[in-house]
Design a protein around this ligand. Structure first.
Ligand code: CP
Ligand code: NVA
Length: 301
C-alpha cells in the first residue's frame, strides 16, 4: 500500500490489516502507552480545499500522538489556490514532507498529487469518495457487532462520496449493501456495477424497503460541501429520505445507526433517532482518530 486514494484500491486483507492496527492503536492510547516512536521525524502536509472538523483534528492529533509533525495547509494560503499546478506542488512537497493528506473537490487532483509526487498521498474526502471515514465506520461496526459476517448495511440518502465508499467497504467486508436514494441521485455507476458483480447489492427509492432487517443504518447530509446552491432543490427531492422511527422499525431491533457527521437533524435524521444512537455515532467520530493513525503508520513508517 503506497497511498490511500480510494478504498477500491485496497484489498480486503489490506483493509483488515488497517482495522486491526487501528484497534491496537486505540488500545495503546486508552492505556497510556507511549506512541511517539512510530513516526518520529516524519511530517504530514494537510491540504484543505473544503471545511473540516473531524478529518483535520484526527490527522493533526494523530501525527502528534505518533511523534510526527502535522502542517495545516489551507488552500486559501497556498499557491495552489492561486493556480500553481498540482504537478509542481506535488514535486515541491515531496522534497520537504513525508506525506500529504488532501481534501478537495475532484478525485483527479488527489490522483495527480500521487502521480507527480514521490511521497504517500491520503484522500481526506473528494466529491467521489471518503475512504478515511469508511475505515472508521468499519472499525465501529466491528467493535459493536463483533464481526462483519452476515450483516446488512443500509444507506439512506444521496448517492454521494459516502455512499460510494461505504458500498465498496461493505462489499469488501462481505456485508450486504442496500441503498435508498431518489432517482437521479444514485451512487457512481461503475461502482454499482462492481458491487452487483462482487457482492449482495440492492437499490431502491423506498427507505423502508432498504432498511428491512438491516443491522446498520447509515445516512449523510442531503447537500454535500460544494452543493450549497442546490440546497433548496435537494430539500424537496430528499424530504422522504430521513432516518426516522418508521425506518428504524423496519431494521433489526438491535440495529445501530451511523452518521459521518456533520448531521442536519430534522433533515436526513430525526433528533430522536440521532440521540438514541448518539453513543454509536460518537464512537464512530472518535474512531476517526484511531483509524487515521493506522493509515499514517502504514504509509509513513
Ligand atoms: N466526517 C468528516 O469527514 O467530518 P469533517 O468534515 O468534519 O472532517
Ligand atoms: N457528503 C458530505 C460528507 C462530509 C463528511 C460532504 O461531502 O460534504
Amino acid at each position: 500500500m503506497k497511498h490511500l486514494l480510494k478504498l477500491s484500491d485496497l484489498s480486503r486483507e489490506e483493509i483488515l490489516s488497517l482495522l486491526n492496527l487501528a484497534d491496537q492503536l486505540k488500545y495503546e492510547k486508552k492505556n497510556g502507552i507511549d506512541q511517539s516512536g512510530y513516526l518520529k521525524g516524519k511530517s504530514l502536509g494537510m491540504i484543505f480545499q473544503k471545511s473540516s472538523t473531524r478529518t483535520r483534528v484526527s490527522f493533526e492529533v494523530g501525527m502528534f500522538d505518533l511523534g510526527g509533525q502535522p502542517l495545516f495547509l489551507s488552500s486559501r494560503d497556498l499557491q495552489i489556490g492561486r493556480g500553481e499546478p498540482v504537478q509542481d506542488t506535488a514535486r515541491v512537497l515531496s522534497r520537504m514532507l513525508s506525506g500529504i493528506m488532501i481534501r478537495t473537490f475532484e478525485q483527479k487532483e488527489v490522483e495527480d498529487l500521487a502521480k507527480y509526487g514521490s511521497i504517500p498521498v491520503i484522500n481526506g474526502l473528494t466529491d467521489y469518495c471518503h475512504p478515511c471515514q469508511v475505515l472508521a465506520d468499519l472499525m465501529t461496526i466491528r467493535e459493536h457487532k463483533g464481526s462483519f459476517r452476515g450483516l446488512k448495511l443500509c444507506f439512506i440518502g444521496d448517492g454521494n462520496n459516502m455512499a460510494n465508499s461505504l458500498m465498496v467497504g461493505a462489499v469488501k467486508m462481505g456485508m450486504k449493501f442496500a441503498i435508498a436514494c431518489p432517482q437521479g441521485y444514485e451512487p457512481d455507476a461503475a461502482l454499482m456495477e462492481w458491487a452487483k458483480q462482487e457482492g449482495d447489492f440492492f437499490i431502491t427509492e423506498d427507505p423502508v424497503e432498504a432498511a428491512k432487517d438491516a443491522d446498520v443504518i447509515y445516512t449523510d447530509v442531503w447537500a454535500s460541501m460544494g452543493q450549497e446552491e442546490e440546497k433548496a432543490a435537494r430539500e424537496k427531492v430528499f424530504k422522504n429520505f430521513c432516518v426516522n422511527e418508521v425506518v428504524m422499525n423496519a431494521a433489526k431491533k438491535d440495529a445501530m445507526v451511523l452518521h459521518c457527521l456533520p448531521a442536519h437533524r430534522g433533515e436526513e435524521i430525526t433528533e430522536e433517532v440521532f440521540e438514541a444512537h448518539a453513543n454509536e455515532i460518537f464512537d464512530e467520530a472518535e474512531n476517526r482518530l484511531h483509524a487515521q493513525k493506522a493509515v499514517l503508520v502504514k504509509l509513513l513508517k
